[in-house]
Design a protein around this ligand. Structure first.
Ligand code: 13P
Length: 251
């Protein structure tokens, strides 16, 4: 039985006070939950505050993006070592907003994944197809390419340190959740890809999260699918009440 993960991606929202309030209130409201892995991805300026705010909690935190290099002349970027230094345990890699707006390629995402693993940060590899790709029937091809190039030269041992998040782009921030059946179909495809390219044992262990308009009302039907192991939540993670409900309803 795979342990569920519920993770919140705060994207570019909140300011100092609201970020601290949200993290504190969340930590308080789910402090009794010991059977779900809980994570948040706050904006970079607030990560250092999380070290203190979340120190006695069951919530892990990480950044939404990083560079793959350890240091150097990369104005505006953050290194894996810096993130580790401020207590991050996790890192989002390849979110569709990074792919689309900031033109991140599968090759770049592969470099970031390798850097994360080398620095003992758990990468959440985000993959997903656009509406156009789905409607043109290329959806499985796109996902396969994201996996094949994104995971290039990553050993089975290292692959086991990764979490995968399937986020259909057309369901992100649109209120249009994939139906549990549509999501399950892709999760199964991803698991089978893992079985073929790594092993059955690894495919059975891998946690694959769903992301895209997840809310308290739909979490149960999604995570009750056999291959959906939790969620990566955007909008509904910005309120302690809705995010803690999602965590509770995922059990
Ligand atoms: P929403 O839950 O707002 O659709 O965002 C999903 C997402 O992009 C999480 O990374």
């Amino acid at each position: 039985m795979r342990r569920k993960i519920i993770a919140g991606n705060w994207k570019m929202h909140l300011l100092t006070d609201s970020a601290i309030d949200l993290a504190k209130s969340l930590a308080e409201s789910i402090k009794d939950v010991d059977d779900v892995d809980i994570a948040i991805f706050p904006p970079a300026p607030y990560l250092i505050l999380m070290k203190e705010v979340l120190k006695d909690s069951n919530i892990k935190y990480g950044a939404q993006n990083m560079h793959f290099a350890e240091k150097g002349a990369y104005t505006g970027e953050l290194s894996p070592g810096m993130l580790k230094d401020i207590g991050c345990k996790l890192i989002l890699v390849g979110h569709s907003e990074r792919r689309k707006i900031f033109k991140e390629s599968n090759e770049l995402i592969n470099s970031k994944l390798i850097a994360a693993i080398n620095n003992h940060l758990t990468p959440y590899l985000c993959i997903g197809e656009t509406l156009e790709e789905r409607e043109s029937g290329k959806l499985f091809e796109v996902i396969e390419e994201q996996l094949t190039i994104g995971l290039k030269s990553i050993s089975e041992d290292d692959f086991n340190k990764i979490v995968i998040a399937y986020e259909p782009v057309w369901a992100i921030g649109t209120g249009k959740t994939a139906t549990p059946e549509i999501a399950q179909e892709m999760h199964l495809f991803i698991r089978n890809w893992i079985k073929k390219n790594y092993s059955e044992n690894t495919s059975e262990k891998m946690r694959i999260l769903y992301g895209g308009s997840m809310k308290p009302e739909n979490v149960k039907s999604l995570v009750s699918q056999p291959d959906i192991d939790g969620g990566l939540v955007g909008g509904a993670s910005l309120k302690s009440e809705s995010f803690s409900q999602i965590i509770r309803f995922s059990r």
